[in-house]
Design a protein around this ligand. Structure first.
Ligand code: ATP
Ligand code: DP6
Length: 311
């Protein structure tokens, strides 16, 4: 047992909201939908966290027996998305430990469950991007409590946050931010990217096929399905967690800053709140409905690729 094993650790992080100028609306159905890989790139501006923000505090202790969450002061059941983010971050932590010469001896290795307290200082689920700031703050705080520094994580933090909510990738950075559907497709022609996507489809199907067959394969490829990992589990998961092609594809849909917050210092955004009530249809659900009823996703994908090529 390490000297840290009985410690209680708390971290607090804040994240801003972002407003999309070109929208994310629709997921690439070649990938599991809960990975939130978008059909098209999007660009947003991040608003001043001094004004609108989510503040998330996470406490970890080896003695916790389950995850607990309070949103805006009220205890809630963790959603599957929240659990997914926790698992992805834990998986990432374990994998990064596997690559290090000296293993982590800090408290993080003993954490399994968390108490999460999060609050938005603006209406939640009412059209003001609470999922973006909420999941960015959650991912940021989870990484921090595992001793992983946002600035040195590069693109990884944005791929982790994305499994919570797609738009949260853009809330990890200030200024103007572009979220790439696939960072490798940036300068390629539509035809080339189609070929790549065909390759991707095979990998996704491979993973699904294997899910039924091998528990170990499943746990190593998809943190959604692995148990929360700490202590001895770390060793086991590290051993079997080769970064699969599938995970790499998932890691290619990331956000990067285009212009920092000083680029347009005089810019002001006015927000008029006409209702602070919870929306009857969430953005995720709205995307599903649109995809089925309104447009063919492939047509939109081509339109958006052309749009970004000419930008
Ligand atoms: N602080 C938070 N921490 C974690 N999750 C949050 C937080 N705030 C909101 N969420 C999650 O985001 C969901 C709301 O997302 P939704 O996309 O429907 O609305 P929105 O992001 O506020 O609006 P829009 O997507 O139209 O900008 C909530 O139901 C909750 O699950
Ligand atoms: C209208 C939008 O704000 C939709 C945001 O959708 P979410 O990011 O909330 O959706 P999920 O990935 O399913 O969580 C447009 C945008 O921010 O680009």
């Amino acid at each position: 047992m390490s000297a840290f094993s009985s410690q209680v650790i708390t971290v607090t992080c804040e994240a801003p909201i972002n407003i999309a100028l070109t929208k994310y609306w629709g997921k690439d159905e070649q990938y599991p939908l809960d990975l939130n890989v978008p059909l098209n790139d999007s660009i947003s501006m991040t608003l001043d966290p001094g004004v609108l923000r989510t503040t998330t505090t996470i406490t970890a202790s080896p003695s916790f027996k389950r995850h607990e969450m309070w949103l805006n002061g009220k205890e809630i059941e963790l959603s599957q998305r929240m659990v997914n983010v926790i698992r992805y971050v834990q998986h990432h932590y374990v994998t990064s430990q596997g690559n290090k010469k000296n293993k982590d001896e800090t408290p993080a290795r003993n954490f399994r469950y968390f108490q999460i307290r999060s609050a938005n200082n603006f209406p939640t689920a009412a059209g003001l991007a609470s999922s973006a700031s909420g999941f960015a703050a959650l991912t940021y705080a989870l990484c921090k409590i595992h001793g992983m520094d946002k600035d040195s994580m590069g693109d990884d933090i944005s791929a982790l946050s994305r499994v919570g909510s797609g738009s949260s990738t853009r809330s990890l950075y200030g200024g103007f931010v572009r979220w790439y559907a696939n960072i490798n497709n940036n300068d390629k022609s539509i035809d080339e990217s189609k070929n790549e996507n065909n390759e991707n489809r095979v990998n996704v199907e491979d993973t699904r096929r294997n899910e039924g067959n091998s528990q170990e394969y499943e746990a190593s490829q998809n943190p959604h399905r692995s148990e929360a990992t700490t202590g001895n589990d770390h060793k086991q998961t590290t051993k079997s967690s080769h970064a699969s092609k599938n995970v790499n594809i998932h890691q290619l849909s990331v956000a990067r800053q285009v212009k920092d917050e000083k680029w347009w210092p005089d810019l002001r955004v006015i927000i008029l709140v006409v209702s602070d009530q919870t929306k009857s249809v969430s953005s995720s659900k709205g995307m599903q409905i649109t995809a089925v009823n309104v447009y063919a996703p492939q047509r939109k994908e081509k339109y958006m690729r052309d749009f970004f090529k000419n930008l």
